[in-house]
Ligand binder design. Structure first.
Ligand code: ZN
Length: 164
């Protein structure tokens, strides 16, 4: 009898444990989606979302990855939303103003410390040059004054992404 009870509680513990594991991993996946283009985790401040014709939403880590995805299958994209870096709100990608090539790059790991005598190569990165969206041009200009880069319209950003 005792054995049975012990076995029963063991099964219960296992069931709770396994269920909990799946629940937690599900929540973690929901919380930290990975970029569909480059595989990096998506940062809320720079997320770019494509609404596809099948109802799916494709999230990317930054506008650059988002525009790469859009250019790859333009016929599948119904709408595109960027994130206003200043407020964190979603904005229509076509109406956003972008800063390209600033020093701010939340997607990439910081550059490794340089050691003397070691030759470093800069590898091509899909997220570079960085592209950051703003709802208001005044915010984009203020950001540019602080962090460098150039201010682009949506069309100019698309043209730049098409090039590299
Ligand atoms: Zn990405």
């Amino acid at each position: 009898m005792r054995r049975r009870a012990a076995l029963g509680s063991l099964v219960l513990i296992l069931a709770v444990g396994i269920g909990g594991y799946f629940a937690v991993s599900h929540v973690l996946q929901e919380r930290a989606p990975l970029c569909r283009v480059c595989g990096r985790s998506v940062h809320p401040g720079q997320m770019f979302v494509l609404h596809l014709d099948d109802g799916e939403r494709e999230r990317t880590c930054c506008p650059r990855c988002g525009l790469h995805a859009r250019l790859r299958a333009p016929e599948r994209v119904r709408a595109a939303w960027a994130t206003d870096f200043a407020s964190g709100r979603q904005i229509e990608a076509e109406r956003a103003v972008y800063v390209e090539g600033s020093e701010v790059m939340t997607c990439c790991r910081p550059a490794p410390l340089r050691e003397p005598g070691v030759v470093y190569e800069r590898h091509w990165d899909r997220c570079l040059p960085s592209l950051i969206a703003f709802a208001r041009e005044s915010d984009a200009r203020a950001f540019q004054a602080q962090h460098g880069g150039r201010v682009l319209t949506y069309a100019e950003s698309v043209a730049s992404v098409r090039e590299r």
